[in-house]
Design a protein. Structure first.
Ligand code: NDP
Ligand code: 8X3
Length: 252
């Protein structure tokens, strides 16, 4: 078992949902937290309830220069990032591909794929130089199965799956570990974002069964991070009990 007490954990997308839940669960283990997102007010509210050291970073991960500057500018005491949780991401739109909005496609590709790459490229070299570190990507069941209307979102999560595997291959001769947690349906702000703020439509996604919570996913992330040094959990897929695949969920 690796103690997470005093470990430094950087979480992207810590202002909501799974990222926020990860922050609370890592804090409960005594970790020091670098919390990154665009909505810094929310990060402040989160930090105020935590009893561990936090550093808040207002960051749009789509902005490569801003990502590099944010990591370069970290105070020395915060540069030793032990665990990177690449969580920030979104779905935007649920249309057939030939009817889809290219702006939404770009937002998803720029965030889920390119943003994850920028953050990883900035932080992994520090882990390699130090000879320790753990990257935990938040993928999705959408990176294993394509569903109707999922087209570009699924493509970005298939890309995350490929990048996770690529990182693990490229880091095999180092002590740096790479893992992915790939959930099914988790009730967060995800569907509100996907449906452009339509809360009623978002609510129906989670009706008739008990979806996962951010905490359920964060439990897996923290468990993965706490394995012994020689144990690298490659992939965890988590469904609600009522879900059997991307397309099959039993609703009462
Ligand atoms: P939420 O919408 O609740 O949270 C998304 C988080 O990502 C927010 O903190 C948001 O912060 C952050 N974010 C989005 N865009 C950017 C950006 N450009 N720069 C920095 N941060 C950004 O959704 P979830 O918690 O559900 O989603 C988290 C991850 O989990 C995503 O990668 C998603 O694809 C994945 N996932 C979600 C599932 C679900 O069913 N909910 C299932 C499987 C995977 P802010 O807006 O403040 O920048
Ligand atoms: C988000 C969950 O089922 O909409 O990754 O793909 S799903």
């Amino acid at each position: 078992m690796t103690s997470l007490n005093e470990k430094t954990v950087l979480i992207t997308g810590a202002s909501a949902g799974i990222g926020q839940a990860c922050a609370r669960k890592f804090a409960a283990e005594g970790a020091r937290l670098i919390l990154a997102a665009r909505r810094v007010e929310r990060l402040k509210e989160l930090a105020a309830e935590l009893t561990v050291e936090t550093l808040l970073v207002e960051l749009d991960i789509r902005d490569r220069k801003a990502v590099n500057k944010a990591i370069d500018d970290l105070p020395i005491a915060w540069k030793t990032i032990d665990i990177l949780v690449n969580n920030a991401g979104l779905g935007r739109g649920f249309d057939k591909l030939h009817e889809g909005d290219p702006d939404g496609w770009e937002e998803m590709i720029d965030t889920n794929v390119k943003g994850l790459l920028y953050v990883s490229r900035a932080i992994i070299p520090l882990m390699v130089a130090r000879g320790s570190g753990h990257v935990i990507n938040i993928g999705s069941i959408a990176g294993h199965e394509v569903y109707p209307g999922g087209n570009v979102y699924c493509a970005t999560k298939y890309a995350v799956d490929a990048l996770t595997k690529g990182m693990r291959l490229d880091l095999v001769d180092t002590p740096v570990k790479v893992s992915t947690v790939d959930p099914g349906l988790v009730e967060t702000e995800f569907s509100q974002v996907r449906f452009n703020g339509d809360k009623e439509r978002a609510r129906t996604v989670y009706e008739g069964y008990q979806p996962l919570t951010g905490d359920d996913v964060a439990d897996a992330v923290v468990w993965i991070a706490g394995r012994p040094e020689h144990v690298q959990i490659a992939e965890v897929i988590i469904f609600p009990t009522a879900q059997a695949s991307a397309m099959v969920t039993h609703k009462e």
